[in-house]
Design a protein around this ligand. Structure first.
Ligand code: KIV
Ligand code: ZN
Length: 527
């Protein structure tokens, strides 16, 4: 076996399944989920720490920003293999290698769409594509001894052609063959069967690892991935919170916990420290701006809540009555006491530690000031309030800053009086609007004119009660650049203003980097 991630006989005697996380590539590709450089480094650090075997850190040829992020993640990774994506083109593969070569354990992942619909895009015949696969995998293998190859849209590729190209990739030196269900089309029985037949029928299949990469268009990504493992796959490709284009990718937390909880019928182990799941789930939700649905398996706010009387009664007698896993197993701390206005910096730091969050001194200072302000307005500050403060703490690059906001609203038009600093100079504007948020956003635009289009405006209550904080996410798009801003406040309109300003600040920073985060090529653009 050439793949350095392969471990066959772990201490528990279970077959080892390699976890390949693509939150920073397939997840980040999801429209609106764009992360900043610092956020990508942070998420990669958390993935490495939680025991992810392989981190797909980005698509280096896509943009300068992607290249920089993959290179930096490669330099910093402690144990994870760092992988970059490359189309079946020599220049893509070279660029990918330039970025991942800094890693202790680099991998090149190259792919091409092999189904009839995908073959039509670069307009290659079956033979021409087969030749291209041989040439590109050989090239990748000459640069790096750990090469993964994917026939994109494998589940809609003709069986004979799929076998032929998989064999070519193996002969050319790929040590992992990934079988993507790119459009979320397959079903569990078929998913297991496909892998089983490939392993049985393709010459050389025994010498490589087969991977499964599922999308969730029909809500079957987790089931399809686990079925593929039953069929012989030993690598699952997934993302935190199932982040990804359209309905998303397989959720890491779901496949990992399924194998852990149902080890009796799925005798596989992973290297994941499951107690780190909740923290990384929260961070990915925060930095991507994609909130986790309340009833999402494993990481949803309600996943461990037992509200009905009959459930609570059962839970008090024996937690196993309604719980198949313990909240602690996924990193949810037991109920803890809320903080209040007399809690000091040490108590806040201890609370953050309990929640699995490490912050630097400057960030702690910022969170502490905002915690004090919140505790003055809200009697009890719960864990979720603290998490909202962390999610929305400053980035230190703010060109625009809210100073003051007064809004009059009721049955007539709303009026917002806004004071805002632009690069240290104070400005004010008064605007009317269709409701308080509309009036406020208009006032921001009066001070800082911009063409950014509002793509998303989302409000969530952090805790119960009318004094609860609201977290607001705002996603803006300008000239193809997307930025998400977030904020939390007990006043929903103030939180909205801050989130809008936060998104504008991020757009300004991105623009200043002369489009470094804008994709120059799409991974689907194969022409
Ligand atoms: O879904 C897909 O086919 C992909 C490939 C690039 C592996 O993400
Ligand atoms: Zn994908």
């Amino acid at each position: 076996m050439t793949d350095s991630t392969h471990q066959t006989a772990p201490a528990d005697g279970k077959d080892r399944v390699v976890i390949f996380d693509t939150t920073l590539r397939d997840g980040e590709q999801s429209p609106g989920a764009t992360m900043t450089h610092a956020e990508k480094l942070e998420i990669a650090g958390l993935l490495d720490e939680m025991g992810v075997d392989i981190i797909e850190a980005g698509f280096p040829i896509a943009s300068e920003g992607d290249f920089r992020a993959v290179s930096e993640i490669a330099k910093r990774a402690e144990t994870s293999v760092i992988c970059g994506l490359a189309r079946a083109q020599l220049k893509d593969i070279d660029r990918c290698w330039e970025a991942v070569k800094h890693a202790r354990r680099p991998r090149i992942h190259t792919f091409i769409g092999t189904s009839p619909l995908h073959r039509a895009i670069p307009n290659l015949t079956r033979d021409e594509m087969a030749e291209r696969i041989h040439e590109t995998v050989t090239h990748a293998r000459n640069l790096c001894d750990n090469v993964q190859w994917s026939p994109m849209d494998a589940t809609r590729t003709e069986w004979d052609y799929l076998c032929r190209v998989v064999e070519i990739a193996i002969k050319a030196g790929a040590s992992t063959i990934n079988i993507p269900d790119t459009v979320g089309y397959t079903a569990p029985v078929e998913s297991a069967d496909l892998i089983r037949r490939l392993i049985a029928e393709v010459p050389g299949a025994d010498d490589v690892i087969f991977a499964t990469h599922c999308h969730n268009d029909l809500g079957m990504a987790t089931a399809n991935s686990l079925a593929a493992v039953a069929g012989g796959a030993r690598q699952i490709e997934c993302t935190i919170n199932g982040l990804g284009e359209r309905a998303g990718n397989t959720a890491l937390e779901e496949v990992v916990m399924a194998m852990k909880v149902r080890g009796d019928i799925m005798p596989y182990s992973t290297g994941i420290d499951t107690t780190k799941i909740m923290n990384i789930s929260r961070r990915v939700a925060a930095v991507s701006g994609f909130a986790v649905q309340f009833n999402k398996a494993i990481v949803g706010k309600n996943a461990f809540a037992h509200e009905s009387g009959i459930h609570q009664d059962g839970m008090l007698k024996n937690a196993e009555t309604f719980e198949i896993m313990r909240p602690e197993d996924v990193g949810i701390a037991g109920t803890s006491l809320p903080l209040g206005k007399h809690s000091g910096r040490a108590a806040l730091r201890a609370k953050l530690k309990d929640l699995g969050i490490e912050v630097g001194d400057n960030q702690l200072k910022d969170i502490f000031v905002r915690f004090k302000d919140l505790a003055d307005r809200k009697k009890e500050v719960y864990d979720d309030d603290i998490l909202a403060l962390v999610r929305t703490s400053g980035e230190g690059e703010d060109h625009l800053e809210l100073i003051n906001l007064k809004v009059i609203c009721g049955t007539g038009p709303a009026e917002a009086v806004l004071e805002m600093e632009v690069d240290g100079v104070e400005h004010s504007a008064t605007c009317e609007g269709d409701g308080p948020v509309d009036a406020t956003f208009k006032a921001v635009r009066a001070i800082h004119p911009n063409e950014a289009r509002l793509q998303l405006y989302q409000v969530n209550a952090v805790t119960e009660g009318t004094d609860a904080q609201a977290t607001v996410s705002v996603r803006l798009e300008e000239d193809g650049m997307i930025a998400t801003g977030q904020s939390a406040d007990t006043d929903t309109v103030v939180a909205s203003a801050k989130a809008y300003i936060n998104a504008l600040n991020r757009l300004i920073v991105r623009r200043a980097k002369t489009g470094s985060d804008t994709a120059e090529v799409s991974y689907k653009d194969l022409a």
